[in-house]
Design a protein around this ligand. Sequence first.
Ligand code: NDP
Length: 333
Amino acid sequence: MDEKQKIEFAQKPKNFTEPWDVAVIGSGPASLTAAIYTTRGAASTLILGGEKWGGQLMLTTEVDNYPGFHEGIEGPDLMQKMRKQSERFGAEFIEKNVEAVDFSKEYFELTVGETKYLAKSVIIATGAETKWLGVPGEDRLRGRGVSSCAPCDAPFFKDKDTAVIGGGDSAMEEALVLTKYSNSITIVHRREEFRASAAMQKKVKDNKKIKVIWDTQVKEFVGEQKLEKILLENTKTGEKSELVVDGVFVAVGHTPSTAIFKGKVELDEKGYIVVNDHTKTSTDGVFVAGDVHDYHYRQAITAAGFGCMAGMEALKYLDEKQGNKKQETTLDK
Ligand code: NDP
C-alpha cells in the first residue's frame, strides 16, 4: 500500500524559545497513541522517544493479542506502524533521552543535552525497565551468558542449555522463544506455581524441551569469561544445588522509568507515578500513560488506551488554558 500523505494539523514552534503544545516523553504504545490523538487534535506535538525508541515491544517477537492483527504481528513492526501513524499527523519524533525536567515554570522545560525544549503540557509515557535479581555475578556476566531478552539473544544459545528465571508471562515467553534454539530450557521459579496466564502456562507445559525447578531462588551466577553455572537454593528446605547452563534469561518483572521525575511529580513507594482522575499527575498540565503508572495490566493495548486518555486530557487542558487566557485578555481591556 502506498504511504498516505503526511498531514499536519498544528503549526510547530519556529525556534527554541517557542513552546510545543504537547511534549510526550517515551515512545512505546502509550506515547505514540497519545501523540496520534494530540496531533489530530491540532496540538503541536514533540515526542522525545529516547535513544532506544519503541519500548518493550521492540524486544518482543510475535504479538498475538493486539486487536486488528488477526494473524499476529512482530513487536517492532507494530511499533514502526504506530510511529509512522503519529508522524503522519505531524508529530515530531526525536530519538534522544530527556535528562532532566523542570515543571515549575510556565512552560515546562525538558533538557536534552544542550537543548531545552519548552512545552505547555507534558505526557509522561516512559514505561518500565527490566528488573534484575541483584545477586553476585549477575552484573559481571551480563552479555556473557546472562540476558533479559530471549528474542535478542536466543540465537547465541543454539543447541546449548539455558535457564529462565521467573514465573510470569515474560518468563514463559522467554522460555518459548528459547525452544527454537536451545537444547534444553529450565525455568527456575521461587514458588510452587506460576503467575503467568493459563494460556502461556499451557504452551510451556506442552513443550517437551522445557523443565521447571519449583521453589528455588538463584543465589549466584558463576563463570570466569562467561557463564558456566548458577547456584540455587530451595526456598522451603534451604537445600543448595547448582545448574550447569550456558545462558540464563532473567524475567522477574520491571521497574518504572521514573528517575528524572523524582521530586517533580508524586511517585509511589515502588517508584510508579501516582495517577489521579485517570491520567493526571500531581502537577497540573503533566499527564501520565502506560506502564510507568500501570503495574496492573501492563499490556500494549492497555498502554495504548491510557495514551489515548492522556492525549485527550492534554487537549482539554490546553483548551481550558487557552480559554482562560482569552478571558483574561478580554477582561484586561
Ligand atoms: P510479573 O510481575 O508478572 O512476574 C514476575 C515474576 O518474577 C513472578 O513470577 C515473580 O515471582 C518473579 N520474581 C520477581 N522478583 C523476583 C526475584 N527477586 N527473584 C525471583 N523471582 C522473582 O512480570 P512479567 O514481566 O512476567 O509480566 C509483566 C506484565 O506483562 C504482566 O501483566 C504480564 O501478563 C504481561 N505480559 C504479557 C505477555 C503476553 O501476553 N504475551 C508477555 C509478557 C508479559 P512471584 O510469582 O513469586 O511473585
